[in-house]
Design a binder for this molecule. Structure first.
Ligand SMILES: Cc1cc2nc3c(=O)[nH]c(=O)nc-3n(C[C@H](O)[C@H](O)[C@H](O)COP(=O)(O)O)c2cc1C
Length: 171
């Protein structure tokens, strides 16, 4: 796949095959895409939690009660520390920007490997914090399931977005 094909192929997958875990080499390719992400001042204020063990999955999955989350063989959690992120003179903190870039690089790398993802931020943070034993300063930014789409997953037929003229300003 070339890069544009990856961009077009990526969509939120909400239907996973629980019987098909992703092999560790492929998972490492995905994690590497996060590790090499850019961040403000190169501070890399992140940690990537790859959850695959049945014990940890059982603790983490109640943070977002959906059958497709329950079916996913892996959950990737991106966390970060505001105290480790770059801050501008007016107080703007780059943590969320840095973590969004890292998360989406991993999402795109997964797509390139044929692995399904879905950005999830509507989780219950307290459940995740407790499951991962996070200290106070660490924020849970986002999670995504990682897994192969189920055989009966139907790909979207169109990408529903605002038209170009509504979002691009040439001047
Ligand atoms: C920051 C962010 C948070 C999201 N949170 C959720 C979520 O909590 N649950 C969910 O099912 N989808 C979530 N999504 C997926 C969006 O609904 C989805 O990306 C959007 O509808 C476009 O569809 P597509 O990803 O298939 O292109 C989130 C996406 C982003 C970028």
């Amino acid at each position: 796949m070339n890069f544009n094909e990856v961009l077009l192929k990526r969509e939120s997958v909400r239907n996973y095959d629980p019987a098909k875990p992703v092999d560790i080499d492929t998972l490492k390719i995905i994690l590497e895409a996060g590790r090499i992400s850019p961040s403000a001042a190169n501070y890399q204020p992140w940690e990537f939690w790859l959850i695959s063990s049945p014990e940890m999955l059982e603790k983490v999955k109640p943070c977002y009660e959906r059958q497709w989350i329950a079916d996913a063989p892996h959950i990737l959690v991106v966390t970060g520390d505001q105290n480790q992120a770059w801050e501008r003179s007016d107080g703007f903190n780059s943590l969320q920007t840095d973590l969004a870039i890292a998360m989406h690089q991993m999402v795109l790398a997964a797509t390139n490997e044929g692995v399904g993802t879905c950005w999830v931020t509507n989780f219950k943070p307290d459940i995740l914090r407790k499951a991962l034993g996070l200290k106070e300063t660490i924020k849970v930014f986002g999670i995504t399931p990682l897994g192969y789409p189920h055989d009966n997953f139907t790909k979207r037929t169109a990408i529903m977005r605002k038209p170009m003229e509504a979002v691009v300003i040439y001047c």
